[in-house]
Design a protein around this ligand. Structure first.
Ligand code: DX5
Ligand code: ZN
Length: 225
């Protein structure tokens, strides 16, 4: 995975058909997804529950691009090796999920993955000031995590601050929550390069009508012109 700051679309399979993940992943990739975003929730750090390492491992053979795993769980550290074994390329932990994010990021890299750190809307950019050389991706949440389809919360000032703090380090800025053709231009202009989108990609489509996924992703790309 070489570093590339061009804009990437990472559909979140939280909005896919839960009985058909393999076909859904193949459909979004065929339609031009750059990464595949996987939302892991534990019913404790966030008030919703999705899937764990065995499911993520089962997704792996279907993902030809980048498997971007967003952990909304606490604690994180006991599960890092399981997600490495499941085949995550990027593993992102929330800074709010425990007292030792520095150690967590070291452990994620130590297990051979790219290390991401996610910030809830209430967490300031400055919280990552001492983590910039330990991280490969900063995920700026533009909703309170837990559910797809929520209203975008404007975090453009935070994104701008992070972009300045990052300088020329090879660190992605990922935006997660409420990204659609009306909000994507704001966050890209502020400095984001990875756009997670669940409802805005999957809405109206299905594995039998995958071209709708392609049109939805194209609408996001077109909004950036
Ligand atoms: C929210 C998840 C997001 C979510 C995005 O907790 O982390 O990845 O699926 O969904 P939309 O794009 O519908 O806001
Ligand atoms: Zn996510």
């Amino acid at each position: 995975m070489s570093f590339d700051r061009s804009v990437k679309i990472a559909p979140s399979i939280l909005s896919a058909d839960f009985a058909n993940f393999g076909a859904e992943i193949r459909a979004i990739e065929d339609q031009g997804a750059d990464w595949v975003h996987i939302d892991v929730m534990d019913g404790h750090f966030v008030p919703n529950l999705t899937f764990g390492p065995p499911a993520v491992k089962a997704f792996r053979p279907h993902v030809k691009t980048v498997m971007d795993v967003h952990l909304m769980i606490a604690p994180v550290d006991p599960y890092i090796d399981a997600y490495a074994e499941a085949g995550a390329d990027v593993l992102t932990a929330h800074i709010e999920a425990g007292p030792h994010i520095h150690r967590t990021l070291q452990a994620i890299r130590g297990a051979g993955m790219k290390a991401g750190v996610a910030l809830n809307p209430g967490t300031p950019a400055e919280a990552v000031a001492h983590l910039l050389d330990l991280t490969d991706l900063i995920c700026v949440m533009t909703v309170n995590p837990g559910f797809g389809g929520q209203k975008f919360i404007d975090m453009t000032a935070k994104i701008r601050t992070l972009r300045e703090m990052i300088g020329d380090r090879p660190v992605h800025i990922e935006i997660d929550g409420g990204v659609d053709p009306s909000t994507a231009p704001l966050v890209v202009e502020a400095g984001a390069d990875v756009l997670v989108a669940g409802s805005a990609v999957f809405r109206g489509g299905s594995v039998d009508q995958p071209e709708v996924y392609g049109q939805n992703m194209m609408a996001i790309r077109d909004s950036l012109k």
